[in-house]
Design a protein around this ligand. Structure first.
Ligand code: NAP
Length: 539
C-alpha cells in the first residue's frame, strides 16, 4: 500500500533526536543513503553524554581506543588518544573532531529539545514538536537519546533553598569550578560520585561525602599514551576491533572460561591479584564465568575486594562503611577508581553514612542530617539518572491511534530487538531498552548499521511503514526476561534494574537490559535482515 502523503511533503526523511555518539553516526549513515535528515539536539554542541557530563574527574572507564568509532579509517588514522582512559574534555574534543571531519553540523539543530513526537497514521510520518513550539514532519523518527541522559535530583526537602553553589553532575557548568579551600559536599557514590570525589578531594578545603549505598570499586590503572604507543595502537586497530566483536559485551575483556571452584585457592587468589593490578574492567568483565551467577563464587570475589578496601583505608571503621553489605561484587556497575579509597585517609575528607544519620533536609547554608548540621560552599549531586526508559518518558511519544509509549511500557519496556515497539511504526531506537549495551560505541555502531539496513531496504522497495509485530515483541521481550533469570544483578536495586526512588513509579525492579552476549544479539538481528525483515510488518 502506498503512503497517502508523498515524502516531499514531509520536512525530512528522518529526524534523529540527539547528537551524541549514536545520533552522529546515524546522521552520517542516512546521509549516505541520500536522505534529508535533521538531528535535533537539546545542547549547544555535539557529544551527548560527553557534552553534558563535565563534572570534575569525568573520564572513560573503558579503554579510549576501544571506545572511538571504528568505521572510518581516516578518523582512526588521525586521532591520537592521550590517555588509556581519556578525560571527558578529550572525548568531547574527539566527538567535535568527528562532527567537523564528516561535516555533520549542517544537519544538526542545537538548542532544540524535543517535547513531543506523534505518529500520523495517514501520512505514515512523525510530527515532532520542540519545547519552543516549532514542529517538523518526518518519515522516520530515530531516538538517539541515550540510556543515561535524564538526570535526577534527590528527593530531599530544601534543595531549592541552598544559597551556595550546587549542581547535578550531568548539568555541570561549562566554566571551571574551583574547590580550592571550599567546603564541598558530594551526595552519591556511583561511578560518577566516585570519579568526582577523588578529583574534588585533591583541592577542596574540606570534602564531605554523603553515602547511602557503597559500591564495589576497582582500580582503573590509567596511563598516558605517547606517540610511539599510539602508533602501535593504530597498527593494532583491526585486531582490537575484531576482538571487541567477539567478546561478551564488546569490551576488550571477556569472562574467563573457568569456574571459580575449578581452580585451587592459590590460583584463584593469583588470578584476582592479576586482575586487580590490570587496567580497566578486567576484574568485572574478565573474571571467572560464574562470578555473577553463583552466590558462593560471588561471595569469594567480594571477600577479596573487601580485603583490598581494608588494606587501603587506614581507619577500619571507615573501611567497613565503604564495603558494600547488601550486594556482591559486580552485581552493580563497578566504578573504576584512582586512589578513591585513599581519599578517605586524607584529613580533609569525611564520610557520612546516611543510613546511620539520614539527611533530613538541605538548608540555605548546607545539609542537616539526623546527627549534625553541616555548612557548605558547594553541594554536588551525583545522584544518577532515570535510566533507560527515563529519556523516553520525558518526551510525549504517541504512536498509532494515539497510544502513549509511557503507557505501553507500564511495568517495563516491551520491544522488538530493542529497536522497535509495536504500535510505533517508523520509530527506531538506538541504545533503547533491550539492546546489547556493553562497550557502548561498539554496540551503537551495530545498532546504527542495522537500522540503516532496514531503512535502505524500505527505500529500495518503495516501502514507507515498518512496525514490529506483536509476536515479535513478545518473543524478544520474553527472551530478554529469560536471559535475566539467575543473574545476581537482577536481584539488586540499581539503575540497571530500573530502580530510582527519586522518580515516581520507579520502585519495582524491571528487566530493561538485554543481558545476553553481543555476538548472539548481532546474530539474531543479522538473521532478521537476511530474511528480508519478514518478521516485521513492512509495507
Ligand atoms: P548511579 O550509579 O545511579 O549512582 C547514584 C548515586 O546517588 C547512588 O550512590 C545513589 O545511592 C545516590 N543517591 C540517589 N538518590 C539519593 C538520595 N535521595 N539520597 C542519597 N543518595 C542518593 O548514577 P551514576 O553514578 O551517575 O552512574 C550511572 C551510570 O553512568 C554508571 O553506572 C555508568 O554506567 C555510567 N557512568 C559511566 C562512567 C564512565 O564510563 N566513565 C562514569 C560515570 C557514570 P543508592 O545507590 O543508595 O541509590
Amino acid at each position: 500500500m502506498a503512503a497517502s502523503s508523498e515524502p516531499q511533503a514531509l520536512d525530512y526523511d528522518a529526524i534523529i533526536i540527539g547528537a551524541g555518539i549514536s545520533g552522529l553516526y546515524q546522521l552520517y549513515r542516512l546521509r549516505e543513503l541520500g536522505m534529508r535528515v535533521r538531528v535535533l539536539e537539546a545542547g549547544t554542541g555535539v557529544g551527548g553524554t560527553w557534552y553534558w557530563n563535565r563534572y570534575p574527574g569525568a573520564r572513560f572507564d573503558s579503554e579510549s581506543y576501544s571506545y572511538g568509532y571504528s568505521f572510518s579509517q581516516e578518523l582512526l588514522d588521525e586521532w591520537h588518544w592521550t590517555e588509556h582512559f581519556s578525560p571527558q574534555s578529550e572525548t568531547l574534543r574527539y566527538l567535535n573532531f568527528v562532527a567537523d571531519k564528516l561535516d555533520l553540523r549542517r544537519d544538526i539543530q542545537f538548542k532544540s529539545r524535543v517535547s513531543a513526537a506523534h505518529y500520523n497514521d495517514e501520512g505514515r510520518s512523525w510530527n515532532v514538536t520542540l519545547e519552543d513550539g516549532s514542529h517538523f514532519t518526518s518519515r522516520f523518527l530515530i531516538t538517539a537519546i541515550g540510556p543515561l541522559s535524564a538526570p535526577t535530583m534527590p528527593r530531599i526537602p530544601g534543595v531549592e533553598s541552598f544559597k551556595g553553589q550546587s549542581c547535578h553532575t550531568a548539568r555541570w557548568p561549562h566554566e571551571p569550578v574551583s574547590f580550592e579551600g571550599k567546603r564541598v559536599a558530594v551526595i552519591g557514590t556511583g561511578a560518577t560520585g566516585v570519579q568526582t570525589i577523588q578529583e574534588v578531594a585533591k583541592t577542596a578545603g574540606h570534602l564531605t561525602v554523603f553515602q547511602r549505598t557503597p559500591n564495589w570499586c576497582a582500580p582503573l590503572h590509567n596511563g598516558k599514551i605517547g606517540e610511539e604507543e599510539m602508533r602501535e595502537i593504530r597498527a593494532g586497530y583491526p585486531e582490537m576491533f575484531k576482538r571487541c566483536q567477539e567478546t561478551f559485551a564488546c569490551f576488550l575483556h571477556t569472562p574467563d572460561p573457568r569456574g571459580t571452584f575449578e581452580v585451587t585457592p592459590e590460583e584463584r587468589e593469583a588470578f584476582w591479584e592479576k586482575l586487580y593490578g590490570e587496567k580497566g574492567f578486567g576484574i568485572w568483565q574478565g573474571n571467572f564465568r560464574d562470578m555473577l551467577i553463583d552466590r558462593k563464587a560471588n561471595a569469594l570475589i567480594s571477600d577479596f575486594v573487601a580485603r583490598k578496601i581494608r588494606q587501603r583505608v587506614k581507619d577500619q571503621a571507615v573501611a567497613e562503611k565503604l564495603i558494600p553489605k547488601n550486594h556482591g561484587f559486580g552485581t552493580r556497575r563497578v566504578p573504576l577508581e584512582t586512589r578513591y579509597y585513599e581519599v578517605y585517609n586524607q584529613p580533609n575528607v569525611t564520610l557520612v553514612d546516611i543510613n546511620e544519620t539520614p539527611i533530613e533536609r538541605i538548608t540555605p547554608t548546607g545539609i542537616k542530617t539526623s546527627g549534625a548540621e553541616y555548612e557548605f560552599d558547594i553541594i554536588i549531586y551525583a545522584t544518577g539518572f532515570d535510566a533507560i526508559t527515563g529519556s523516553f518518558d520525558r518526551i510525549d511519544i504517541g504512536g498509532a491511534g494515539g497510544l502513549k509509549l509511557k503507557d505501553k511500557w507500564q511495568g517495563g519496556p516491551k520491544t522488538y530487538l530493542g529497536v522497535q515497539v509495536e504500535g510505533f511504526p517508523n520509530m527506531m531506537m538506538l541504545m533503547g531498552p533491550h539492546t546489547a549495551l556493553g562497550n557502548i560505541p561498539r554496540s551503537i555502531e551495530y545498532n546504527v548499521e542495522w537500522v540503516t539496513g532496514l531503512i535502505r531496504h524500505m527505500r529500495e522497495q518503495g516501502l514507507t511503514r515498518a512496525e514490529a509485530r506483536p509476536e515479535g515483541v513478545k518473543s524478544w521481550t520474553d527472551h530478554v526476561v529469560a536471559l535475566g533469570e539467575g543473574l545476581l544483578s537482577n536481584e539488586i536495586d540499581s539503575w540497571m534494574t530500573g530502580i530510582n526512588r527519586n522518580v515516581d513509579g520507579k520502585t519495582e525492579r524491571i528487566i530493561a537490559r538485554y543481558s545476553g552476549s553481543a555476538p548472539a544479539y548481532r546474530e539474531r538481528c543479522d538473521r532478521v535482515a537476511a530474511e528480508g525483515y519478514k518478521e516485521m510488518n513492512i509495507g
